[in-house]
Design a protein around this ligand. Sequence first.
Ligand SMILES: [Zn+2]
Length: 150
Amino acid sequence: MLNLSAPHFHDEEAAYAYVEKRLWPNGAACPHCGGVDRVGKLKGKTTRTGLWKCYQCRKPFTVKIGTIFEDSKVPMRIWLQAMFLIAGSKKGLSSNQLHRILGVTLKTAWFMSHRIREAMRDAEMDMFGGFGSEVQADETYIGPKKRSER
Ligand SMILES: [Zn+2]
């Protein structure tokens, strides 16, 4: 049973590993050139968590690129907590509640819940049931553009 005590909700390395396993079931893929063979995880004390390098196009990347986590400074573990809370709340969770529970600013809480809700609508799924490549939301999902109603 998944609950908030799981390591990926508290440990940043574990959080990245959790997301990488779901978005890259066959191993890391470079979002810049699509390379999969010559990619390596960068390690070291000063290295940002979850940073990879593609030795084909020589660009660094993380699993965040092309997902709802892109361009966000919010730690991955906080994103996962937010997704867990939102996905698990029947009545929905307001940005204000998220802000208080997670201890992030109201602005950040709003930003996260907006992105998560968009992704959930598009994926039409419980993120923790099948959290797969469907979660990859491109710019069109994330932008303010209105999508057609179902
Ligand atoms: Zn590449």
